[in-house]
Design a protein around this ligand. Structure first.
Ligand code: ZN
Length: 80
């Protein structure tokens, strides 16, 4: 996972975890179902918002999001 020193704050994009558009170290996380040829949509997430877990039964690394989030982005609120 590549860590960018700065977030691209030029758009309305918000971190899906904290709901903010802060200029902090950021990672890009690919979005399932968006791959087309060599392109794929990704979301920007603050590095300090990540609290990843490993689930050996499901063979995956994941993070649970607050309930106010939808698959399309933040409905309201953010990290509590
Ligand atoms: Zn964040």
């Amino acid at each position: 996972m590549k860590i960018f020193k700065h977030r691209n704050t030029s758009g309305k994009d918000r971190c899906i975890i904290c709901g903010k558009n802060r200029d902090v170290p950021t990672v890009l996380i690919a979005q399932d179902g968006t791959r087309l040829d060599n392109n794929e949509a990704a979301i920007q997430v603050c590095v300090d918002c990540l609290v990843l877990r490993y689930a050996p039964q499901g063979c995956m690394i994941y993070q649970m999001l607050p309930l106010q989030h939808t698959t399309m982005g933040i409905v309201s609120g953010g990290k509590t």
